[in-house]
Design a protein around this ligand. Structure first.
Ligand SMILES: Cc1cc2nc3c(=O)[nH]c(=O)nc-3n(C[C@H](O)[C@H](O)[C@H](O)COP(=O)(O)O)c2cc1C
Length: 219
């Protein structure tokens, strides 16, 4: 007997049958930029022959997340970064449903406090890659921090993480980001500066999607 509540856990792996798209792109946004990037990623996936559902805004997800995420083999998760002050302390937030959906707030301490066992169970089987948008001129020490935060949640749940990118020193000028581990030459996901470098965005997306394909993200 499989209870209706957990029946989706027993579904066979997602195929290209058209019932479920192979890749799911989830984003949060405050002023629309992350949505634009999510759509550009979807277009690039389609160009490269990967079936991808229309990007879903996490603020529009009602109720339980597990059945939503269960629809896809691979999840691409994107968020903007919004630095905020809490008293004297800087805290990072996305300003979107990611902040509460994944207990994002608690991530500032780099702890994963995801109590929801069902979400955890579903996500453990998934390939996940993260992307984000930010502004490296105004926030050079916190550029795209949310990408690092999101990555840290999904990896602590036990997802198989993809999407690392070498940081191009010729074009990026930020000094610090939670998306770049100390001493690393790669970021943990795709970093986009649509405020200052929108002209570089299409190539960055193309290279990232190509790398995801090469690394077996969709295999
Ligand atoms: C109050 C405020 C705080 C911000 N904090 C950061 C930050 O910490 N890091 C960063 O890279 N960008 C930061 N930004 C820039 C936004 O992340 C950037 O404009 C992004 O494109 C907005 O994405 P959205 O349109 O999807 O909300 C901040 C912008 C504002 C207005």
């Amino acid at each position: 007997f499989i209870s209706p509540r957990t029946s989706y856990l027993a579904r066979p792996p997602v195929t290209k049958s058209g019932l479920f798209a192979k890749a799911g792109v989830y984003f949060g946004t405050v002023t629309g930029t992350t949505e634009d990037i999510a759509t550009m990623i979807q277009d690039e996936l389609t160009n490269q022959g990967i079936s991808c559902a229309d990007p879903v805004c996490v603020d529009n997800i009602q109720g339980h997340l597990a059945p939503v995420f269960a629809k896809h083999d691979t999840i691409i998760a994107g968020a903007p970064s919004y630095l905020k002050m809490r008293g004297e302390e800087n805290i990072e937030q996305t300003g979107t449903a990611w902040d509460n959906v994944l207990n994002y707030d608690i991530l500032c301490n780099h702890q994963c406090n995801l109590d929801d066992e069902e979400v955890r169970q579903v996500l453990q089987q998934k390939h996940v890659a993260c992307f984000g948008v930010g502004d490296q001129i105004c926030y050079p020490e916190n550029f795209c921090d949310a990408v690092g935060e999101l990555h840290s949640v999904f990896s602590q749940i036990g997802c198989k993480m993809y999407g690392k990118m070498p940081i191009d020193k010729e074009t990026f000028s930020f000094t610090k980001s939670k998306a770049v581990k100390e001493g690393d030459h790669d970021s943990v996901g795709l970093l986009i500066d649509q405020d200052g470098q929108y002209d570089l965005t299409p190539l960055r997306i193309k290279m990232w999607v190509s790398k995801l394909v090469d690394d077996g993200f969709f295999a």
